[in-house]
Design a protein. Structure first.
Length: 346
């Protein structure tokens, strides 16, 4: 299949929008979690198809105190009771930190209480500071060793969801989790991992900051997807609306500088604030500016879902909600995205 054919196949799938959060807003956690719940509940009303969260563990003495979401299943149980249609996206559970059977159990329970709304994203990874706690045997391990360990963990998770016998006895997952098998997503940072996800029949989660350009990862996914398979490519899409691009950069400066400093070791070199924003794939300015910016990126043609991020630089949850509203009402139509309530009434 040629590059043109691959992008044409993506275009046949309705483009959806979801909201994505790193769950690292300012503490205390009580406030941060409640604000996230409020934001996601508003997203459902605005027509967003789903809400996705990133799993983060621990605080560190050498870093500013921030919030974090180590237990996304618990958080989503609360969100499930506040919503009725919103997809609940784990983006993603880091398997080296977990027991795969427990992940299967948590996902199956959440799927049951939410009437089948769980989208289960999984990831390989974890830095030394987390592996030292959860998987000390992988600290310092090379790429092949860590990949093999992840593959084994993922196989155990999938077997549990399929209802395979666990252990040496006749124990099987309860409640049934087989419905989740068509809703597995792999978080990827490279073309290699994206191709593996495609061959497994999984969706792929692509972040705003990649070790290779996002379009390279997305193209590798489409190239490896079996004939007849429906692509699922969720692309993180960071936005900052403002009356103009200069105002957006000024208001978002602190968030841009902090995010760029975090990823400077692997991001494209940048000096000016605008260059750093571009390196972070931040789309900013008016609704027209944001739509034009997203549409101009080579990776956008592969997306079947835009995971909209309103994490950095915002004054409060009200401003973040306003940004989501602007995107749903003014940007999404320009991109040809289908809102959740439009899909229901169509």
């Amino acid at each position: 299949m040629t590059h043109v054919e691959r992008t044409a196949r993506a275009a046949t799938v309705p483009l959806r929008i979801a909201v994505f959060s790193h769950g690292t807003e300012a503490p205390p956690a009580t406030r941060a979690y409640r604000e996230e719940l409020k934001l996601f509940t508003a997203a459902e009303r605005l027509g967003y198809d789903g809400a996705w969260v990133r799993q983060f563990h621990f605080r560190h003495d050498d870093a500013p105190a921030r919030g974090g979401l180590p237990s996304p299943f618990v958080f989503f149980a609360a969100l499930a009771e506040r919503t009725s249609t919103l997809r609940l996206g784990l983006g993603a559970v880091t398997l080296p930190h977990e027991d795969p059977v427990r992940v299967a159990e948590d996902a199956a329970v959440l799927d049951a209480i939410s009437d089948g709304r769980v989208e289960l994203g999984v990831a390989n990874g974890g830095g030394p500071e987390t592996l030292d706690v959860f998987a000390p045997g992988l600290v310092g391990a090379d790429h092949d060793t860590r990949r093999a360990a992840f593959d084994e963990q993922l196989a155990r998770l999938l077997d549990a969801l399929r209802g395979a016998s666990l252990g040496t006895g006749t124990a099987r997952l309860n409640p049934d989790g087989s419905g989740l098998l068509d809703r597995i997503w792999d978080a990827t940072l490279s073309a290699e991992s994206a191709a593996i996800a495609a061959r497994r029949g999984h969706g792929v989660l692509i972040g705003t900051t990649q070790t290779v350009p996002a379009e390279v990862t997305a193209d590798a996914y489409h190239a490896a997807l079996p004939d007849g398979a429906v692509p699922r490519v969720a692309l993180s899409t960071a936005i900052y609306p403002a009356p103009d691009r200069e105002t957006a950069l000024r208001e978002a400066r602190a968030g841009i500088e902090a995010k760029y400093a975090w990823g400077e070791s692997f991001l494209p070199p940048a000096t000016t604030l605008a260059e750093k924003a571009a390196s972070l794939n931040l789309h900013y300015g008016t609704a027209d500016d944001i739509a034009e910016s997203i549409a101009s990126k080579p990776y956008s043609r592969y997306a079947t879902q835009l995971n909209v991020q309103v994490d950095d630089g915002y004054s409060d949850v009200g401003a973040r909600t306003d940004a989501l509203a602007l995107f749903a009402e003014q940007v999404a139509p320009q991109l040809g995205a289908v809102l959740a309530h439009e899909a229901v009434t169509a």
